[in-house]
Design a protein around this ligand. Structure first.
Ligand SMILES: NC(=O)NCCC(=O)O
Length: 379
């Protein structure tokens, strides 16, 4: 399995395919071609100084007579952990705050309205270890923890909605831990929070050791720039999880993740993109970068989690998608969306109209009963 040396699928295709073939391959793999965004030169200079990749693309929608375009710029951030996982907790968190501040400043230069960071962005992805300390020390209050206060400043200073996925400690309810995304309005106020509904039970992703299954359902947040929701990591394997955010009106669903090549890299380009198609909305898939292999873990087998392959991308309701960010470098992906595309595609494909939700609801209500017997027709 390739590590950092294999930069991206896109780079590989561009290197090896003759141009006419490349165009056809891209048409099939990525849908209609997206225009590159004309981002400011200073933004590229700052990104290069800070050593992260910057890419930008525009998704267009048809002009309408009665509605003006509903343009929003989203920013997706993927990053390594800047300090080793055995550095003091407070130093690791501060280093991550500094790193994200530098990237958000570039996002502001690019006119980003809504930015989302990777899953559990304030910590190394330590859930493979099954150890409690020091990892539980990274948990914070969603309402007024140091990271939320830090993000509130960013949001207000840059007039930007910030989606901040953290490990949450809920001290008002028995100190329970949750895998949470805090949504901070561009005014700087905490708009609310949403929690990861599905906990992985796969490989070394031993996350039920750390936090509970989300109990907040599928909230959608009305922001000044559009209605957004957050389907955290492993939730992307559950089509009904995406569906419920969409049923509640989400126009953009962020999917902050932490996943490794050996487990999921072949699923990655499909799942969020399929969710955008199936639900007539935009989806933003974000994955962290690099390895974490300095755990203080006593189980040797759990010391090296594998390679987090980045490759963050945005997909649109018409099935088109941006190229992925690098597999190996920190990055900021900026995408200009016209939210009118959601309704336009809905009117073409009609999945919301043709979906037989009432029938599924009735059948599912029966199927979850303990005395349910599946309908199998036999000779
Ligand atoms: N963080 C997390 O839920 N990872 C699970 C692995 C995956 O979904 O690819």
């Amino acid at each position: 399995m390739a590590g950092a040396e294999w930069k991206s699928l896109e780079e590989c295709l561009e290197k090896h395919l003759p141009l006419p073939d490349l165009q056809e391959v891209k048409r099939v793999l990525y849908g209609k071609e997206l225009r590159s965004l004309d981002l400011p030169r200073e933004a590229f200079e700052a990104a290069s100084r800070e050593d992260f990749e910057l890419q930008g693309y525009a998704f267009e929608a048809a002009e309408e007579q009665l509605r003006r375009p509903r343009i929003v710029h989203v920013g997706l951030v993927q990053n390594r952990i800047p300090l080793p996982a055995n550095a003091p907790v407070a130093e690791q968190v501060s280093a991550l705050h500094r790193r994200i501040k530098a990237i958000v400043e570039v996002a502001a230069m690019c006119g980003v309205n809504i930015i989302c960071f990777q899953e559990a962005w304030t910590m190394p992805f330590a859930f493979c270890t099954r150890e409690k300390l020091p990892w539980t020390e990274f948990a914070e209050s969603a309402e007024d923890g140091p990271t939320t206060r830090f993000c509130q400043k960013l949001a207000k200073n840059h007039d930007m909605v910030v989606v901040s996925p953290i490990l949450e400690r809920d001290s008002e309810h028995g100190d329970v831990l949750w895998n949470t995304a805090v949504v901070i309005s561009n005014s700087g106020a905490v708009l609310g929070k949403t929690r990861k509904n599905h906990i992985p039970r796969v490989g070394d992703f031993n996350e039920s050791t750390y936090y509970m299954e989300g109990n907040l359902g599928h909230p959608v947040f009305q922001t000044q720039f559009g209605r957004i929701a957050v389907n955290i990591c492993y939730g992307r394997h559950h089509p009904l999880n995406w569906l419920m955010y969409s049923i509640n009106g989400a126009e953009i669903i962020f999917n902050p993740s932490a996943t490794i090549g050996a487990l999921s890299e072949s699923l990655w380009p499909i799942e969020a993109r399929n969710a955008a198609i199936a639900n007539h909305c935009f989806t933003c898939a974000i994955n962290r970068v690099g390895t974490v292999n300095v755990f203080l873990c006593s189980f040797k087998a759990h010391q090296d989690f594998g390679y987090f392959y980045g490759s963050s991308y945005v997909a649109a309701p018409d099935g088109s998608r941006t190229p992925g960010l690098s597999r190996s470098q920190d990055g900021l992906l900026v995408a200009k969306l016209d939210l009118n595309l959601c309704q336009q595609v809905n009117d073409v494909w009609n999945f919301k109209m043709t979906g037989r939700y009432e029938m599924y609801a009735r059948e599912l209500a029966e199927a979850v009963k303990s005395n349910y017997s599946p309908t199998i027709v036999k000779e």
